[in-house]
Write a protein that binds this ligand. Structure first.
Ligand code: ANZ
Ligand code: ZN
Length: 821
């Protein structure tokens, strides 16, 4: 058979398409597998990262389909977002047109790879029908207090003209355009993900062993739980006179209540209300006011890397245990949105407090004594464990005990409570952009903020907009935002913010699980998700370790609480694939080292591209593009096609009745290699994911088949190899299966036959007086006497004429003979 990939691949892609070969069945009594690769953003063309992601997912889907599972393997498009608007500005194309044209193009590119997606479940998140249900969820969340509007300082990216979530700020810069982020006060909508902080943390335990531990750790750190004491600092009488009546005290949070006798000052964030009051009412010198204003302008992220800076506020608070006065400063290292935006500072035992105290000559008082004892002048903060000193009645306690007793003491006297804090913040979902899902609310002069009526959903985007990059086109549109109040019917204004695109990717997997016949009537069907959820295998990039995966986990819990699904954790198993590199660097347009998947498919065929990408590296590792390895993959496939000439009618009809014991050594070896590859296949898909080893085993099997010429062994070998290679090189496998075996599918389980692994002989070393002299081959079932007889016969030249005084047989290893004379 001549190998012509273009012809074979077109033939089978058409066949699959026309027969709807990969639609999941509606038979919910069957065992199921839900295999999902993260859906793509329709940027224009697919890249090698996509190829890797989708070839991995497809291999799983095809494997489990063969193993007779009902498989859901869908694809769709994460199609809202900024690049569409940027393209609109650059090429004067409407974002919608740009997006849907890209989708059509990329759909064909994916099709050319022979991916076994369900065609009926495909959708784009910018489809109005998808928006309709998302808006309903948003309204339900509002009604349940899980979504609210508030005004705060937000991360603002000027080039993108939008607010960014904390998760979208990377080292102080916008995650998309890399511009330094500014701080700006602005109203916006927030999702109360913090209400689920503890559950999001606890449930990570259920994912242990199923998700990469690195991802679990990243989520744990992001949620950032810490336990400590929250207490109130009372302002001194004089300070209270100086400030307004509204200020008599403030709260602080500490994870180290054991150091409380070491307080030497208290510090407030530049955004703290007391600081604001002092600045607004000019209650400090101009120098100080200027210094504070300068601090306020810097983003919190940048402050973290700057030298410690502060200003004394000329007020003081009362130490809760000693009654001493404690001076209050404003400091750039105190975060406004954490633990009340104020701290008790203990320079002797906290690195930041120490640096600050050194800078401003504030006292440093040691209260924990470590193994090295007391220091006269600390040269750095002592943050280790130890015994309390200078701490009144608590002196002498170990600091871990002291933590508990001091918290207890505060609680007993009701001036503080044990407190759990999380770093996780509520998720800001407002974006001031056009190409997104409109947030379905109305502003009414009389009724305030009113959710839209469900029967009016979706609130769709206007099509007649001009995208210039300045301002929000929904806001500047002449009529779109004019509407009637859903509550009182008066003239009102539509909300012009749109939802963060991460909202769409937080529930798309539940949408796929809903039978498309219900899509107009239900957003997420509980009965369908009861069957299909949770996703059995999720595959995607490590870059989504925090953002997308945390939001998706959260949304699943919310939709569960709102009654849409019984799933509580969306993704049972997670595989994070490694990056595709070329010449040691990540493939990217800017580096000019991109290999175009379309060209590879054109030149070699999809099967070669697929085989290469799964063979070149284990899926979690980086994959280095290598032209000669692509050639190698092609040559193997070609050989596999051509050697099929060895398959005969007799072989096909009779291979199921091979009598193993009658085969010669090479024939047995060939069978063993084929069955080893079969075993590997089951291992790889269920446990190891090491596709590269499966391919290596198949190559070995091919080599072993070629050194024998038993037509039954050839036929059986091809029957099995076409089967296990089907998830990797599906086109050629279907072609061979049809041509040789008249098979229309692969849904028959091939049992691994133990007989082929039985060894013909075992090799034993023969040692004489402890020295190895020769080797013997014996049957695995040989008795001790038989083994000794062979051993003696083989070693006559060393034992002849000598007295044999000892004979030892170590099964499967050696025979030891001891002789004298
Ligand atoms: C006194 C103290 C003494 C502290 C000591 C630490 C060591 P985590 O673990 O991250 O939750 N802190 C509290 N609120 C803060 C804020 N808004 N901005 C900056 N720092 C803040 O950190 C909690 C610790 O960070 C708290 O415990 C507090 O400093 C500081 F030897 O209190 B600690
Ligand atoms: Zn109204």
């Amino acid at each position: 058979m001549e190998y012509n990939p273009q012809e074979i691949e077109a033939k089978w892609q058409n066949y699959w398409n026309e027969n709807g070969s990969f639609e999941p069945q509606n038979d919910y009594k069957k065992d199921k597998k839900y295999i999902l690769s993260m859906f793509p953003y329709p940027s224009g063309r697919i890249h090698m990262g996509h190829v890797r992601n989708y070839c991995l997912g497809d291999a799983f889907a095809r494997y489990f389909r063969k193993a007779d599972f009902n498989v859901l393997h869908p694809i769709g498009w994460d199609s809202f977002g900024m690049p569409a608007e940027n393209a609109a500005i650059k090429h004067k194309l409407h974002p919608k047109k740009w997006t849907y044209e890209n989708i059509d193009y990329m759909r064909d590119e994916l099709k050319a790879l022979g991916l076994s997606f369900s065609a009926k479940r495909e959708f784009a998140t910018s489809d109005e029908l998808y928006t309709r249900w998302e808006q309903e969820f948003i309204i339900k969340m509002y009604e349940e207090g899980l979504l609210y509007r508030k005004s705060t300082t937000v991360n603002w990216c000027e080039p993108c003209h939008t607010v960014l979530a904390n998760e979208q700020v990377e080292e102080g810069c916008c995650w998309r355009c890399d511009t330094p982020v500014e701080q700006k006060e602005m109203p916006g909508y927030y999702v109360a993900i913090t209400k689920y902080a503890q559950e999001l943390l606890d449930d990570l335990k259920t994912l242990e062993g199923e998700w990469p531990s690195q991802v679990l750790t990243m989520q744990e750190n992001w949620i950032g739980r810490s336990e400590g004491l929250e207490f109130t600092f009372e302002l001194s009488k004089e300070s209270r006179y100086k400030l307004d009546k509204q200020f008599s005290s403030y709260k602080v949070f500490t994870t180290r209540p054991d150091t409380i006798y070491g307080i030497s000052y208290s510090a407030l964030a530049p955004e703290h209300p007391i600081v604001k009051y002092l600045v607004d009412n000019k209650l400090l010198d101009d120098d100080k006011l200027d210094a504070i204003k300068a601090m306020q302008k810097v983003s919190e992220r940048d402050r973290a890397t700057m030298p410690k800076e502060g200003v004394s506020l000329e007020i003081d608070v009362i130490h809760p245990l000693t009654g001493e006065r404690v001076p209050v400063w404003v400091a750039n290292f105190v975060l406004s949105s954490y633990g009340g935006g104020a701290v008790m500072a203990v320079p002797a035992h906290d690195i930041r407090d120490f640096e600050f105290a050194k800078e401003y000559n504030l006292p440093i008082k040691q209260v924990i004594e470590g193994p090295d004892g007391l220091f006269d002048k600390l040269t750095e903060a002592y943050t280790g464990e130890g015994k309390l000193v200078n701490s009144e009645g608590f002196s002498g306690l170990s600091n871990t005990k002291a933590k508990k007793s001091i918290i207890y003491h505060f609680e007993q006297n009701s001036f503080g409570t044990k407190q759990i804090n999380y770093k996780l913040r509520d998720w800001g979902v407002s974006r001031q952009r056009y190409w997104g899902a409109p947030i379905p609310f109305v502003h009414c002069d009389d009724c305030g903020l009113v959710p839209e009526k469900t029967e009016n959903l979706p609130i769709a985007l206007p099509e007649d907009v001009e995208i210039t990059g300045e301002g929000n086109p929904l806001d500047t549109h002449p009529t779109w935002k004019k509407c009637k109040c859903p509550k009182c019917g008066k003239e009102a204004t539509r909300e012009t913010d749109t939802l963060d695109t991460f909202v769409q990717s937080s529930w798309y997997f539940l949408r796929y699980a809903t039978n498309p016949q219900k899509w107009t009537k239900e957003g997420v069907s509980k009965s369908d998700s009861d069957y299909w959820m949770d996703v059995d295998q999720y595959i995607g990039g490590i870059e989504h370790a925090i953002l997308h995966l945390l939001y998706a986990r959260f949304f699943t819990k919310v939709l569960n609480d709102l009654g849409y699904t019984n799933s509580r954790e969306p993704f049972k198993k997670l595989l994070t694939q490694g990056m595709v590199l070329k010449d040691g660097a990540k493939m990217s347009k800017s580096k000019g080292n991109v290999v175009d998947p379309d060209l590879i498919v054109e030149k070699y065929g999809a099967d070669t591209a697929r085989l290469f990408i799964l063979f070149a590296a284990p899926p979690t590792k980086e994959l280095e593009w290598n032209d000669s390895a692509v050639d190698g993959a092609f040559r193997f496939i070609k050989k596999f096609a051509q050697r099929s000439e060895h398959i005969t009618q007799n072989g096909i009809e009779n291979f199921k009745n091979i009598d193993h014991s009658s085969l010669n050594k090479e024939e047995k070896e060939a069978r063993r290699k084929v069955y080893e590859a079969l075993e590997k296949s089951n291992d790889v898909f269920n446990k190891t994911y090491a596709f590269n080893t499966l391919i290596a085993a198949s190559m070995e099997a091919m080599n072993a088949l070629q050194v024998q010429d038993n037509e039954l062994v050839w036929a059986e070998g091809y029957y099995i190899l076409t089967n296990i290679l089907e998830p990797i090189i599906p086109h050629l496998s279907w072609e061979l299966a049809e041509k040789l075996f008249k098979r229309e599918n692969f849904n028959d389980k091939i049992e691994v036959k133990d007989e082929v692994f039985a060894l013909d002989s075992v090799t034993l070393a023969v040692t004489i007086n402890g020295k190895k002299r020769c080797e013997i081959e014996v049957s695995p079932s040989a008795s001790k006497e038989e083994i000794l007889a062979i051993a003696k016969e083989t070693s006559t030249k060393w034992i002849e004429g000598k007295e044999l005084i000892k004979e030892i047989v170590v099964p499967n290893k050696l025979v030891n003979l001891v002789v004298k004379g």
